[in-house]
Write a protein that binds this ligand. Structure first.
Ligand code: UDX
Length: 467
């Protein structure tokens, strides 16, 4: 099939590349000329494992453009995968200006055949109808609705494992009342649904994986499935963090609790990792948009609202803990290990590390920070933040009174902690991901603070979640 994808961010680029790999002819469109030029030149503008390798394998089917007019003339399916950041009004609504611009361009360039326009961006419930009206208004003919339909096909990909999540999904959800659109999108995803494609060598098919069901729904249900899934995962994380706060008070260990809970198949082990909570482009934005949408209908969403306040209070809790340990923050240097909102990405959106750094600087502390991958991004975007960015984690630890581990990059476990500990007097580590192991850190000479954990006695740390 011929596919056009609007937006070359984490969703658009990974989806476009995967579809090209499956044999579809894909044109990825973006208004950012520099980015398109770089993509044409073979560079990959984001850090996403397996993406570069897959782009190489798919290159014959993959092209990039800033001018969608031509590509739209052949497109069977057009994906909207442009950004929908929280709008500047602070009420949680998503900013849909990029969706609007893309829909207008689609309407102006609708071909004579039938085109399925797919909302892949996370858009508020009801956006399907709204996008449909923009496309129709932008088209010149009397009856544009015979030429296209708008479907919803939410993405569930996680940054860091996006290609794996697209090729080997748990489910494919398509919302459309139009049987032709349902059939076209089922055909588009058929190689994924029946796993008939040849798995890339660098990303083998998971052993024992079940085939993903194709869930056909109405548009609003598909839109809400996306929000409800992200909100549920956010609630799960905040729930385990709430339990973690109590665990600490009663002398329990939240990682043990998560392990014991997660083995109940009704609960499941995923998303029970207590610590600094969620960041990233989705959970914060989507939970805010869900609450804002509900308010438009006169509904409160107390569970999601509580999950949000628990999550964002964790960032202040880190500052409270550091104050408790160091007594005075003014003039002290605090180190931060990890800036990306999670490992295996260079994405800094809503990253707890940056929020914590800002709060510390406001209180007069100095902040040194490192990230194995996101450092260039951080240097470019936060040049005026007052954060001192360091090229090595050692350079952070050796010059700080206390260190906060904000992102659980595996390489931080491998640091020469004993050497670092012995070079410092009374070093403190606040392990914001309960990742380094209290025993190991205590043995290395650090005062170890976990979130929801007690000091350990030398037994190996058991992780209480499956990442
Ligand atoms: C999420 C959803 O998982 C994905 O389905 C959706 O399409 C996009 O949003 P992503 O934001 O890439 O994906 O990352 P995810 O792996 O879900 O992690 C989100 C945040 O939650 C990270 O900051 C992570 O550190 C945190 N997290 C995750 C926890 O604090 N504890 C956990 O147990 C799991």
């Amino acid at each position: 099939m011929n596919i056009v994808i609007f937006g070359t961010g984490y969703v658009g680029l990974t989806t476009g590349t995967a579809l090209a790999y499956l044999g579809h002819l894909v044109t990825c469109v973006d208004i950012d000329e520099k980015k398109i030029a770089a993509l044409r030149g073979g560079s990959v503008p984001i850090f996403e494992p397996s993406l570069g390798e897959l782009m190489k394998l798919a290159r014959e089917n993959l092209s990039f453009s800033t001018r969608p007019e031509e590509a739209l003339q052949d497109a069977d399916v057009v994906f909207l995968a442009v950004g929908t950041p929280s709008s500047a009004n602070g009420h949680g609504q998503a900013d849909l200006s990029a969706v609007c611009a893309a829909a207008t361009s689609i309407g102006e360039n609708l071909r004579d055949g039938f085109t399925v326009v797919v909302n892949k961006s996370t858009v508020p419930i009801g956006s399907g109808n709204w996008v449909e009206s923009i496309i129709a208004d932008a088209h010149s003919s009397e009856d544009p609705h015979r030429l296209f339909t708008v479907a919803s096909n939410p993405e569930f990909l996680r940054e860091g494992t996006a290609i794996r999540d697209i090729l080997y999904p748990d489910r494919v959800v398509v919302g459309s009342a139009n049987p032709a659109a349902q059939a076209i999108l089922r055909e588009l995803y058929q190689p994924i649904l029946d796993q008939s494609f040849e798995a890339p060598l660098f990303l083998p098919r998971p052993k024992g994986m079940s085939l993903a069901p194709f869930i056909a729904t109405d548009v609003a249900s598909a839109e809400l499935i996306k929000y409800a899934s992200n909100a549920f995962l956010s609630v799960k994380i905040s729930f385990i963090n709430e339990i973690g706060a109590l665990a600490e008070r009663v002398g329990a260990d939240v990682t043990q609790i998560a392990l014991g809970m997660g083995l109940d198949s009704r609960i499941g082990p995923h998303f029970l990792q207590a610590g600094l909570g969620w960041g990233g482009s989705c959970f914060g934005k989507d939970s805010a948009a869900l609450v804002a949408t509900a308010q438009e209908y006169g509904l409160e969403m107390p569970i999601v609202t509580a999950a949000r306040s628990i999550n964002y209070d964790l960032r202040e809790e880190v500052v409270r803990r550091l104050l408790g340990e160091l007594k005075i923050l003014k003039g002290r240097t605090i180190g931060i290990l990890g800036l990306a909102f999670k490992p295996n990405t260079d994405d800094l959106r809503d990253a707890p590390a940056l929020d914590i750094a800002e709060r510390l600087i406001e209180r007069g502390a100095r902040v040194r920070a490192h990230d194995p991958v996101a450092l260039p991004n951080a240097r470019a975007k936060y040049a005026d933040s007052g954060i001192h960015f360091c090229d090595t984690p050692e350079d952070v630890v050796l010059h700080s009174s206390a260190v906060v581990l904000a992102t659980d990059w595996p390489q931080y476990r491998e640091l020469p902690w004993s050497l670092l500990g012995s070079s410092l007097s009374d070093p403190v580590i606040l392990d914001g991901r309960n990742f380094l192991g209290g025993d190991a850190m205590a043995a290395a000479g650090f005062r170890y603070i976990g979130l929801g954990c007690q000091p350990r006695d030398g037994r190996p740390l058991q992780r209480g979640y499956v990442a």
